[in-house]
Design a protein around this ligand. Structure first.
Ligand SMILES: C[S@@+](CC[C@H](N)C(=O)[O-])C[C@H]1O[C@@H](n2cnc3c(N)ncnc32)[C@H](O)[C@@H]1O
Ligand code: SF4
Ligand code: SF4
Length: 338
């Protein structure tokens, strides 16, 4: 089994997608648009030593430049970071595609990296999910990227306002050399999904949770595919995308000013309450938030360290944040341990 690492290289974004945790009140303005990882930071977090692992305990296969709050292409050293990582591992970028200009995208394409472009609607003034995006610009950028050697994926996120566009989007994608994939959208209050459209038969649909799987595995300790580790731009190695917003709430002061105390506020709802009661104590008992930081520890120390071991052990408990997320009675819970 190999590791995939999802690394967030900043906390800037130019859009306002309603489901993004940037927009849902968990992450406040003072925690955003103030951090870019430098190439040196990336080399420190993921040194050549770790990226060259072909075997052993943490062999890294893919680095995905994506995350919970970032548009990676806004990072000033994005291309240099891609070039560095690509020397050792497979690199994938998730982007809204509505940044920079065609010259920049052409240069990025020359690295041969794979990039998924999140497209909303091709009708004028109809970007109701990817708010502030310009689809004409996304298509021009994707075209320049693919023409210079980049592996482009056109990611179609079908909501009600663009559900009639599948064929046309696929046609344009293929005409510019991009692979067309459908992303099963998460429902958003103001941006409804057509419930009848579940795309069960189509091959090129990406499902975030495989509802057909008899077992739902923890993303961190053995998903249906490879393992996945998340790294925030502050260097925090956290368990999975579902825990992202809770980590941000629980350690709000740390993300704003470096203060390591647990946020005393209880205001973030039921899931957060369970997170605070079952996961936060495991972090606190094992050295606090800095024990998960790549500014303080090597990645092997963090993954092999007290918190992650305690997390696996804690899954024996009935009352648990992970059980609410990953075992809802429908799935048998399985976890391979590190
Ligand atoms: C939070 S985004 C960050 C990367 C980049 N800014 C972007 O939007 O692609 C991480 C991933 O979530 C996906 N995503 C965003 N909104 C989604 C939604 N409503 N349903 C499913 N996936 C979504 C994106 O396609 C991307 O792969
Ligand atoms: S483009 Fe990505 S990071 Fe930006 S608001 Fe949308 S989902 Fe969030
Ligand atoms: S919520 Fe818990 S069990 Fe589920 S993927 Fe995250 S860490 Fe694993």
């Amino acid at each position: 089994m190999k590791f995939n690492v999802r690394l967030e290289i900043g906390n800037y974004c130019n859009l306002k997608c309603p489901l993004c945790i940037r927009e849902r009140g968990f992450v406040t303005k003072d925690m955003l648009n103030n951090l870019h990882l430098s190439l040196d930071d990336v080399k420190k977090f993921l040194p050549r030593r770790v990226l060259s692992f072909k075997s052993g305990k943490f062999p890294i296969k893919t680095v995905i430049l994506s995350g919970a709050v970032a548009e990676p292409t806004l990072n000033p050293e994005c291309i240099e970071i891609v070039e560095y990582l690509s020397r050792y591992v497979f690199v994938v970028i998730d982007s809204n595609g509505s940044t920079r200009n065609v010259d920049w995208w052409s240069k990025l394409g020359q690295t041969g990296v794979e990039c998924g472009f999140g497209v909303d609607s091709i009708k004028p003034n109809n970007n109701k999910y990817r708010i502030n995006s310009n689809t004409d610009k996304v298509i021009e950028n994707m075209k320049a990227f693919a023409a210079s050697g980049g592996k482009a994926k056109w990611k179609y996120l079908p909501y009600k306002h663009n559900e009639d566009e599948q064929e046309e989007q696929q046609r344009i994608a293929e005409s510019i050399g991009a692979e067309f994939v459908i992303i099963q959208p998460r429902p958003a209050k103001n941006v409804p999904v057509d419930a009848s459209k579940q795309f069960p038969e189509e091959k090129n649909v990406v499902h975030y949770v495989d509802n057909n799987s008899p077992h739902y595995y923890c993303k961190l300790f053995g998903t249906v595919g490879d393992y996945l580790i998340e790294i925030s731009p502050e260097g925090i190695v956290y368990p999975c995308c579902m825990t992202a917003e809770n980590i941000y709430c629980a350690y709000k002061d740390y993300f704003i000013s470096g203060n390591t105390r647990v946020n005393p506020s209880e205001e973030y709802g039921k899931a957060y309450k369970v997170f605070k009661e079952t996961i936060v104590p495991l972090i606190e008992d094992n050295g606090g938030i800095t024990s998960l930081s790549l500014h303080h520890h090597r990645i092997e120390e963090i993954l092999g360290g007290g918190f992650y071991q305690a997390l696996v052990k804690s899954w024996e408990n009935k009352y648990h944040y992970c059980k609410n997320n990953c075992v809802n009675g429908k799935y048998e819970f399985k976890a391979d341990t590190l």
